[in-house]
Design a protein. Structure first.
Length: 235
């Protein structure tokens, strides 16, 4: 048991899929896992452990933003001996070259966030995925005929901005889209020597203001969920 997760030692698998939304974690547990058990509901942030094609997997929410995923991923890595975390989330595309429901496998996360600097003394503003799960996701997408983009994204600490348009850091690193968590997850994994990837579904097209609904974000991201599950059972 950790400060923010009430599961007992041994109730969390060595692989965790981490959506931002607790209800998306519940949807995944209800629809994809067998022999499933809720192992934590502290703060209504649900964690479930069960089997997918015989592989034990935990699904649980990260909440929103670098501080939140920073807490949950750190406790999973250090208190529960988790080796691999795959964030499965949504993002806003910076250009109309991306379409709603496109999948992005994040190569690097660029950020103005001070999370990595003050947590681990990392001065970089661009951090990479860690371990082999990134490559497994790309390989699994090819094997299952799923279209996927691999590239950089922007991890922002803010959702609403005074100045519209693409921030300078996103232009500097040719970021396809913006989200709020990958940079902190990658920082924790790098510092702790763990594996981490981020797989995203485009939920918004920022220039045109197209977006999917809150209900669709919870229940209609099956391509991303199934790709992540099929990739992690190869670990």
């Amino acid at each position: 048991m950790s400060v923010h997760i009430s599961a007992k030692k041994g109730e969390i698998a060595d692989v965790v899929l981490q959506p931002g939304d607790p209800l998306r974690a519940k949807f995944m547990a209800d629809n994809y896992l067998s022999d499933v058990k809720m192992v934590s509901q502290t703060r209504n942030v649900f964690y479930y452990t069960g089997l997918y094609k015989g592989r034990e997997i935990t699904v649980g929410a990260s909440g929103m933003g670098a501080p939140s995923i920073g807490i949950y991923s750190y406790e999973l890595f250090t208190e529960y001996d988790v080796e691999t975390i795959v964030r499965i989330g949504t993002c806003g595309a910076y250009s109309t070259e991306s379409k709603l429901f496109d999948l992005i496998n994040v190569e690097h996360a660029a950020s103005e966030s001070t999370y990595a600097k003050y947590a681990w003394g990392m001065e970089e503003e661009l951090l990479s995925h860690e371990g082999n799960i990134y490559n497994l996701i790309n390989e699994t997408a090819a094997e299952t005929g799923r279209a996927i983009k691999a590239g950089n994204i922007h991890t922002s600490d803010v959702f609403y901005r005074k100045t519209p348009g693409t921030p300078a850091i996103a232009e500097k690193y040719n970021c396809l889209a913006v989200e709020m968590e990958a940079f902190a997850l990658f920082a924790n994994a790098k510092y702790l020597g763990k594996n981490a990837a981020t797989l995203l579904t485009v939920s918004d097209i920022i220039p045109t203001r197209e977006e999917i609904s809150a209900d669709q974000r919870e229940k209609m991201l099956r391509d991303m969920i199934e790709l992540a599950l099929e990739a992690v059972i190869k670990l």
